[in-house]
Design a protein. Structure first.
Length: 373
């Protein structure tokens, strides 16, 4: 029978806990303060205790000097000449190239295609290259939303599968990963009727699963955790680095524009100072200081010589993922309350902390499930 039940809900904000009556009833609740960046890194912190420098990546795409752009430069040059970055035509070309080459390319400008490598799998996937809490939970079974096709109600299907796993009683530990709330919030915003309805639906689904689990084993240990919150978007800013400083290249500078972050790797010291001044002049964010980078576990070679972080509620549009601004976004300053995720548990934790960093949450999960960290 299931002794340990761990449920992950992507993008459930601590500030929305009141909309989830069942989760609110747990005897232990704490906010989870994420590290800087997006889910790919925060999951590594929550489930493995790895900050970016230790995980070996920062954000979903990472620059690799001497990438395959040299090998296929003629192709990327040709596509770049007929494309206009930031347009739907450009996005269509990327999708076509991805399909023909059997390679995920996001919306990275063709001139820099091949210079970026995608981060490894999420920390809860079997292919993640580093040890995690899942290697220490005995008799573990995983139920992941990603095993279901996009467009379906993947959370509901995963919860239904998890119920069957509990009824079968063939595992000692069960992990369930849910992610539809993240997609819904990006599309409709925080606090919208659809957002609230999704949280309540998830709360009811988790309640049903936990009740089935407790009927089989009243002593089951249950924890629910999320990686981050969300902030509604109210403004967009355009980055024109190449218009200002010329075409990006490995010889001069390479950059990656994400929704809330812009990273640049700069070969010329003078150019670095000019780019930093340009970014500061946007007036919508700041370049991370060395102290901030150290606190978040970010090394220059890996994460960028410059990391520019936008203010809450502002996004780069277009960016290397799309041409439209979402209704809500995460990846802002982790100290902002809007960015905080949550952890609830069926038993209290030593010291009853009201707030945990995502790395501390990893230790808390290990303690809760009595596994060695």
């Amino acid at each position: 029978m299931v002794r340990d039940l761990l449920i992950f809900i992507d993008a459930l904000p601590y500030g929305c806990l009141s909309e989830a009556p069942f989760l609110s009833s747990f005897p232990f609740a704490a906010r989870v303060v994420p590290g800087l960046g997006y889910s790919i890194n925060v999951k590594a912190e929550i489930f493995g205790g790895y900050r970016p420098a230790e995980a070996g990546f920062f954000c979903e795409w990472n620059y690799r000097r001497g990438g395959e752009a040299h090998e296929q430069r003629w192709l990327w040059s040709a596509l770049g000449r007929i494309s206009r970055p930031g347009t739907y035509w450009d996005r269509a070309l990327h999708k076509l190239a991805s399909r023909l080459l059997h390679k995920e390319m996001a919306n990275i400008p063709f001139g820099m295609t091949g210079l970026f490598q995608r981060a490894p799998a999420n920390a809860y996937q079997d292919s993640f290259p580093l040890p995690t809490i899942f290697d220490r939970l005995r008799g573990l079974r995983k139920v992941l939303y990603s095993s279901y096709p996009e467009g379906s109600d993947r959370d509901a299907l995963a919860l239904r599968e998890a119920q069957e796993v509990v009824r079968e009683g063939t595992c000692q530990a069960l992990f369930v990963a849910l992610a539809d709330l993240d997609h819904v919030t990006h599309r409709v915003g925080v606090g919208s009727a659809e957002h609230v309805a999704k949280i309540r639906s998830l709360d009811a689904g988790v309640r049903e699963l936990v009740e089935i689990c407790r009927a089989k084993n009243p002593q089951a240990r249950v924890a629910v955790i999320s990686d981050h919150g969300m902030a509604n978007v109210h403004a967009a800013v355009v980055s024109n680095l190449e218009k200002k400083f010329g075409e990006a290249s490995e010889e001069r500078y390479v950059y990656f524009t994400d929704a809330t972050l812009l990273r640049a790797w700069v070969e010329e010291p003078r150019l670095r100072a000019e780019i930093e001044a340009y970014l500061a002049g946007l007036g919508q964010g700041h370049v991370l200081t060395p102290a901030e980078r150290g606190g978040y576990g970010l090394t220059p070679a890996q994460s960028g010589d410059l990391i520019f972080l936008l203010e809450e509620g502002v996004v780069f549009c277009p960016n290397f993922f799309g041409v439209r601004a979402p209704r809500a976004m995460h990846g802002y300053d982790p100290r902002l309350e809007s960015q905080h995720g949550l952890m609830v548990a069926s038993q209290g934790l030593p010291g009853s902390p009201s707030s945990l960093t995502s790395v501390e949450a990893y230790s808390a999960l290990c303690d809760f499930f009595a596994v060695e960290g």
